[in-house]
Ligand binder design. Structure first.
Ligand code: SAM
Length: 292
């Protein structure tokens, strides 16, 4: 019970300010430090992240440990990567008594996560749960999806616009290269929205929690994965052009050849990238393979 009181007080703006002042801590905008002060968000994220199906949970950016504490209640083990070493004495205080939590100092984009998961989780499987620093949302999510790491799912709090883009199915207006990659590697689901007032300091935009459930196998068959993503990137590289023009320019394939492949894939020859489905991207890349 006492531990529960500690968590809710961590999500309380007054108590958080007192804690940070006592440690002489100043927020760093450059490190995307917007700490959660809405007590309902972390328990919901912890409940949704699927900790019970994993050897443990990997958190990115624990801050003062408000989500870490909740994860420690549901996971066998929590390893949290924090870049800002000024937070270490704070975390030592807030996570005291949580024997299943380990903090690792480092930049999530630079650490060898294969080695870390092997060492800390015996090879996994692992769930990722994080309130991500907004300035590295896409590289972190894309990096994790494409890493081949033994991950079950990613449950992440990101800016609402990013969440919508990441979850947009191919064939819809908001879709982009990242949506194709997300759908290829996972099944995305927007879980709930989190208002800007839920953070200290408040960011300029609202946020949302999304869960990406990793797929056991891709939803479409592609002969060459790297080429499939080059075609998708090329198609979205010039959004105002037709997919045939954009792909032709990006890959150096004659436009009639791309148009022919689009028609064979069941798309219109003047379709734009956001009108193409996953299956059509797969058929297009399979047809153009070796055409350069
Ligand atoms: N989890 C806390 C919460 O919900 O209140 C803090 C979230 S805050 C949005 C992002 C956290 O990520 C900060 O603690 C920040 O220092 C940390 N961070 C920023 N860049 C990082 C990086 N490259 N690698 C690891 N942690 C990073």
């Amino acid at each position: 019970m006492a531990e529960n009181q500690k968590t809710s007080s961590l999500a309380d703006p007054g108590a958080l300010r007192e804690l940070l002042t006592r440690h002489g801590f100043q927020f760093s905008k450059a490190m995307g430090q917007n700490f959660l002060i809405n007590p309902s968000v972390c328990p919901r994220m912890a409940a949704a992240c699927g900790a019970e199906e994993c050897v443990g949970v990997l958190e990115i950016g624990p801050g003062v440990g408000v989500l870490t504490w909740e994860l420690a209640q549901v996971a066998k083990k929590v390893v949290a990567i924090e870049l800002d070493s000024r937070l270490f004495p704070v975390l030592e205080e807030t996570l005291r008594g949580q024997g299943n939590v380990e903090i690792v100092q480092g930049d999530v984009l630079k650490l060898d996560l294969h080695a870390l998961i092997q060492e800390k989780f015996g090879g996994g499987p692992v769930c990722v749960c994080a309130n991500l620093p907004y300035y590295i949302t896409s590289p972190v999510i894309m990096g994790l999806l494409e890493s081949g790491l033994p991950l079950r799912s990613l449950t992440v709090l990101v800016q609402k616009e990013a969440a919508q883009r990441l979850c947009a199915p191919p064939g819809t207006r908001e879709c982009g290269t990242v949506s194709v990659s997300v759908q290829y590697h996972s099944q995305p689901e927007l879980l709930f929205q989190v208002g800007r007032g839920s953070f200290l300091p408040p960011p300029k935009v609202d946020s949302a929690v999304l869960r990406l459930q990793m797929r056991a196998s891709p939803p479409v068959q592609v002969a060459d994965e790297a080429f499939f993503f080059r075609v998708a990137r090329g198609a979205f590289s010039q959004r105002r052009k037709t997919a045939a023009n954009a792909v032709s320019a990006a890959l150096g394939v004659p436009k009639p050849r791309v148009q022919q492949a689009l028609l064979a894939a069941g798309a219109k020859e003047n379709a734009r990238a956001e009108q193409l489905t996953m299956e059509q991207f797969a058929a297009l890349s399979n047809a153009l393979r070796g055409a350069q």
